[in-house]
Design a protein around this ligand. Structure first.
Ligand SMILES: Cc1cc2nc3c(=O)[nH]c(=O)nc-3n(C[C@H](O)[C@H](O)[C@H](O)COP(=O)(O)O)c2cc1C
Length: 502
């Protein structure tokens, strides 16, 4: 099925594929005049459940956490910090559900996590914090030391499409960006090298993961290695042995031709390897502090309408810009910032790090630590909430950051349709850093995927389609979520909570 998909698009040129991408982006936009196509109601029987592999060895990862210079010896801490169960909520009707270290649109978690270590491939089950063995004699075509781990991500976009219809793939891409950011940011906090092996083709990743379900698509391979490890491309040791069978997912009960066309158009071919970005500086916090921070990150459901300090505002902005410079060819770091309540800063809409966008938007420079310009002064709380699909969080927060993509630059020379998901990945990864920066300063954050594209663009006065808003994140003083229980989720799931040995 997968191979058929790859070969059927070969006949299209990249320019044709860019047309498909553009068509999808326009059709999946929400407008003040109406939402994009989506299912009329929740079709519960066809809701795609968790990916589970049965008939394979399962290994419960230790809940007593240690972090070492060797990623392969610290997989438990890594997975907890990036995507493990981290909280449990219960509503007034005694319904309980779990949330994870990485946020997800609608808590639907389309992203699946696999790890390759010691030539064995495992699928991660976040709820039991265990690994299901998928393959032996498996090697990825990347240079690694003996102590490396390759995290492989895939996505089941149908999980998001089931609820959000045509906008589902955008949310899946953003979720994947959060997961990529969560892995890379954890690696950095643990003192490791971490980078996306983005030269690999989707077909190579699919083969590595043994994906044989048309609902699951490869996303990325992230190499994590010790700083002093001697990396070498592994020699394949023989035929890969596969274990386990995937529990089938419920088939799609809603579809749209633009979703299928998009999935084919953004398939990535092999590209030349790039020099990975390697941090010079060591970790800024202890590994334990980082795991605790990552696990207490939550999405704010509501914000108190009070102000935050300018120090917290600038620190979080700097964190986002710091993250952006780690992505080669980053195109989503022009930021549209809605300031509602920051001490000493005039409310209004601002452009930060605008690049080429500045030549298109009338704005006056302001003397902020990062390069910034005022577009328009005034109280925009009500207008921001209205533009965010009438969500109060966008108006009650202290500030909201919208990540803008320079679609023109991303798709021009050479035309690279596979950059489309990558722009959302970058926005998701920057959003992840923003969530963690806010959490570290006692603030709450809320990812906002639902916004009227045209209303957000109107703030910038954009008349053409070159720059597009991909994602918004609101930050401010979060009101408590009464449904969040104080207990560690693993007390209920495994009979014991997480503890730290270092
Ligand atoms: C890409 C993305 C888009 C989101 N969009 C919205 C949104 O429009 N409104 C909202 O209230 N929450 C939104 N969220 C937050 C999710 O609902 C939240 O992550 C999920 O319920 C899990 O809760 P947690 O983040 O506390 O773990 C979004 C999250 C992500 C990652």
């Amino acid at each position: 099925m997968k191979l058929l998909l790859f070969s059927s698009v070969a006949a299209l040129t990249d320019v044709d594929k860019l047309g498909i991408v553009g068509d999808y982006h326009i059709k999946s936009s929400h407008s003040v005049d109406g939402y994009c196509p989506m299912p009329d109601a929740f079709d519960w029987p066809s809701m795609p459940g968790p990916r589970v592999y049965y008939d394979s060895e399962r290994y419960a990862l230790p809940l007593s956490i240690a972090v070492d210079a060797a990623p392969a010896a610290s997989v438990s801490a890594l997975l907890l910090a990036c995507c493990g169960a981290s909280g449990v909520k219960q509503d007034g009707n005694n319904n309980r559900w779990y949330v994870r270290s990485n946020p997800s649109s609608g808590n639907l978690h389309p992203v699946e996590t696999y790890v390759l270590l010691n030539e064995r491939l495992y699928h991660y089950d976040a709820m039991s914090h265990s690994l299901e063995q998928r393959a032996a004699n498996a090697t990825a075509p990347v240079a690694v030391s003996r102590d490396a781990v390759v995290v492989l991500l895939s996505a089941i976009s149908w999980r998001e499409e089931w609820k959000y219809g045509l906008r589902g793939p955008r949310y899946t891409y953003l979720d994947a960006g959060h997961a990529i950011g969560a892995v890379l940011q954890a690696a950095r906090a643990f003192g490791w090298i971490g980078y996306v092996a983005d030269h690999l083709a989707d077909a190579e990743l699919a083969a590595l993961l043994g994906i044989n379900d048309s609902l699951e698509a490869p996303v990325a391979a992230i190499v994590l290695d010790r700083r002093d490890g001697v990396a070498a491309a592994p020699q394949p040791t023989g035929d890969v042995t596969w274990y386990g069978a995937a529990r089938p997912l419920a088939p799609r009960s809603w579809s749209h031709s633009a979703v299928d066309a998009l999935a084919s158009a953004v398939v990535k071919p092999t590209t030349p390897p790039r020099q990975p970005y390697v941090d010079e500086a060591g970790p800024a916090t202890s590994a334990e502090a980082y795991v605790r921070l990552a696990r207490r990150r939550r999405t704010a459901l509501a914000f108190a309408r009070n102000t935050t300090t300018s120090a917290a505002f600038f620190e979080t902005l700097h964190a986002v810009l710091d993250e952006a410079r780690r992505f080669e060819g980053v195109q989503v770091s022009p930021l549209l910032v809605f300031v509602h309540g920051v001490d000493g800063i005039e409310p209004g809409t601002y452009l930060v790090n605008p690049g080429e966008l500045l030549s298109r938007v009338p704005a006056v420079p302001v003397s902020w630590p990062p390069e910034a310009y005022l577009i328009s002064a005034g109280d925009v709380r009500a207008a921001t909430a209205a533009a965010a699909c009438h969500q109060a969080i966008a108006g009650d927060a202290a500030f909201v950051i919208a990540f803008l993509a320079d679609m023109g630059a991303a798709f021009s020379e050479p035309p690279a349709p596979y950059m489309y998901p990558r722009l959302f990945w970058q926005a998701g990864a920057l959003g992840h850093r923003l969530y963690l920066a806010a959490t570290a300063r006692g603030l709450g954050a809320s990812g906002i995927g639902c916004f009227f594209d045209d209303a957000v663009h109107a703030f910038v006065g954009l008349s053409d389609e070159r720059f597009q808003a991909l994602y918004l994140v609101a930050v401010g003083a979060a009101l408590p979520d009464e449904r969040l229980l104080a207990e560690d989720p693993f007390v209920g799931l495994r009979g014991e909570g997480v503890s730290f040995t270092v």
